[in-house]
Structure formats: structure tokens, C-alpha cells
Design a protein around this ligand. Structure first.
Ligand SMILES: Cc1ncc(COP(=O)(O)O)c(C=O)c1O
Length: 303
């Protein structure tokens, strides 16, 4: 945990950072957020995460009250103050403070919080052997009701319910289907399968969050000359896939060993998964927005 947090324009000791009990994020889950990794003093895909945050806020008509460049600078400044080298940045924005769900009652600014924290990853053995995944009964909410591309606070109540189901059977992750029964995503990760040399992942309209790690892995796969297709598929396709892996900011790229007790492929990470895990590790070690050094405060041009 960092010593300091950023709260509504100020940097304060983390235990002095207080948010009102009237905050719409607390009362209604009315807000948006991002989780972003720092590797070796560089913030990975910072601008992509900021874009998703600002798009999520725009779609929900939440006025963040800071430009993207200002928030970007605040994130970098906080990381410097906390001396972050590796870790997890959590950015949370809520609509503001007021009782009653009507947004017109909110007179003040949005609540904006940035925190630096450590990350508890899956144990190393799971990256070597693969995760055991179970399908949960909690379905992805209908996109007509909860747009999956908006990374909103409130949406996560379904994912937490799904995680509880997965925990009860000691699964490494819970796989969520959409209401039509097609495979969508896991509680905190996107899913990929590999069949006959082709990589397939569900499209956004299947009800998924468009993961930044998902996009990165698609790019890396195409750079390696692999074919990637966005398509809907069912549990049958997962059970009979040659390989399966998950992607997410916290999990990175992690192989799947079994799904609902069916061994995937050979039961250990396959060649496509291993090569993408390797390429992803290399990218995180060498790219990202530097927190320290000469280039650290350079203008970004992102408005
Ligand atoms: C529901 C869900 N799907 C997918 C992801 C993966 O997205 P990203 O790679 O941007 O972390 C996350 C994590 O943020 C998530 O919560």
C-alpha cells in the first residue's frame, strides 16, 4: 500500500483519505474505475486505461472534472511520491455526493481517487500448470441494461456473486456465460481458446469488457503471424479446445488447465499460450509510461 493517495485534487496520507457516506459510488455503485499495472517503474498501457475510463464516464454522463492529461499527471506524480517500482494503480471516479439517485441532486464535483497498492497474483505454480476454471450460474447482465464496455462500479456486483460461486468450489476463476448461453468472460479476465492453430475470443457484443490485456494479446498474436478471430462460442468449444487462456491486468496471461473438470488439450500450457505469455512478459518489461527520469513529465498530447 502506498503512503499517499490522490483524493479530489490533493495528495493526502492514505489513512486520512475519507470519502463521504453520501458518495454516489458508495450509495449506488454510481461510478467508474480502472486497475492499471506498474512494471519496473513504468505504467503499462496508461493512456489506453485513461481512454477507457473517460469513455466509461462519458457514457454514464459523469463529469470527471479533470482533463485526461491532468489525471495522467496526477497518477504519475502519486507514483513518484510513493516510490512505486512495481504495483497496481486503482483509479476510482464516482458521480459525486448526494442522497437520492437522481444525478440532478449532485451539485459538487465528481469524487476522484488514485491509489497505489501491491498486487496479490495467482501463485507461480498456476502460471506453470494452469488454472482450474468452473462455469458459474450467474449470467452476464443483458447489455441493454448494463453495458459491459463501461467499467462501472455497479456492474461488479454480478462478478462478485460469480466469484463467490467459484470460491465455493475452490476454482481459480469463474467462467460467466451471457443470457443466450454463449461464453462471455471470467469474473475479472477475458477468455481465449485455441483450435487448430486459430485463436478465438468472444466479441464485445457477447457481453464482455474490452480488456486492455485482451487487445494487447491480440496485437502480440498477430505480430507472431497467428490468426485471431472474434467469434461467439459455447462451452463445448472450450471443453474441446486445444488450448485455453485468460487475460487481465491482474492475472496477465494465464493458462487454463481444466474447465468444469474437462482437461483442456494436453492438460498443460500449450505452445500458443506459452509463446503469448512470453511475449507479454517481454512487453511489460520494456514498455510503459516512465514514472521517473527525464521523459517522465513529457507532454502527452492526449486531451
Ligand atoms: C470483467 C472483466 N473482464 C475482463 C477484464 C480484463 O480487462 P483488462 O485486461 O483491461 O484488465 C477485467 C479486468 O479489468 C474484468 O474485470
Amino acid at each position: 500500500m502506498g503512503n499517499f493517495i490522490f483524493l479530489n485534487g490533493e495528495v493526502v496520507p492514505h489513512d486520512e483519505g475519507k470519502v463521504s457516506v453520501y458518495d454516489h459510488g458508495f450509495l449506488y455503485g454510481d461510478g467508474v474505475f480502472e486497475g492499471i499495472r506498474t512494471y519496473n517503474g513504468r505504467i503499462f498501457k496508461l493512456d489506453e486505461h485513461l481512454e477507457r475510463l473517460y469513455f466509461s464516464a462519458k457514457a454514464l454522463m459523469i463529469e470527471i472534472g479533470m482533463s485526461r492529461d491532468e489525471l495522467r499527471a496526477a497518477i504519475l506524480d502519486l507514483s513518484r511520491r510513493n516510490g512505486v517500482k512495481d504495483g497496481y494503480n486503482r483509479i476510482t471516479v464516482s458521480r459525486g455526493v448526494s442522497l437520492g439517485l437522481d444525478p440532478r441532486n449532485i451539485n459538487g464535483p465528481a469524487t476522484v481517487v488514485v491509489m497505489n497498492d501491491a498486487l496479490s497474483l495467482y501463485p507461480r505454480s498456476m502460471y506453470e500448470n494452469g488454472l482450474d476454471v468452473m462455469t458459474v450460474s450467474t449470467r452476464i447482465p443483458l447489455p441493454q441494461t448494463v453495458e459491459p464496455r463501461i467499467k462501472s462500479l455497479g456492474k461488479y456486483v454480478a462478478n462478485i456473486q460469480a466469484k463467490i460461486e467459484a470460491n465455493r468450489v475452490n476454482a481459480g476463476e469463474g467462467l460467466m456465460l451471457n443470457t443466450q448461453g454463449y461464453v462471455a468472460e471470467c469474473t475479472g479476465d477475458n477468455i481465449f481458446i485455441v483450435r487448430r492453430g486459430e485463436i478465438i475470443t468472444p466479441p464485445s457484443w457477447a457481453g464482455i469488457l474490452l480488456g486492455i490485456t485482451r487487445n494487447t494479446v491480440i496485437e502480440l498474436a498477430r505480430e507472431q503471424g497467428l490468426t485471431v478471430r472474434e467469434d461467439i462460442f459455447t462451452l463445448f468449444d472450450v471443453y474441446t479446445a486445444d488450448e485455453c487462456f485468460l487475460t487481465g491486468t491482474a492475472a496477465e496471461v494465464i493458462p487454463v488447465r481444466t474447465v468444469d473438470g474437462r482437461v483442456i488439450g494436453e492438460g498443460h500450457p500449450g505452445p500458443v499460450t506459452r509463446s503469448l505469455m512470453e511475449a507479454f512478459r517481454e512487453l511489460t518489461a520494456t514498455s510503459g509510461v516512465p514514472i521517473y527520469g527525464e521523459n517522465a513529465t513529457a507532454a502527452t498530447g492526449v486531451g
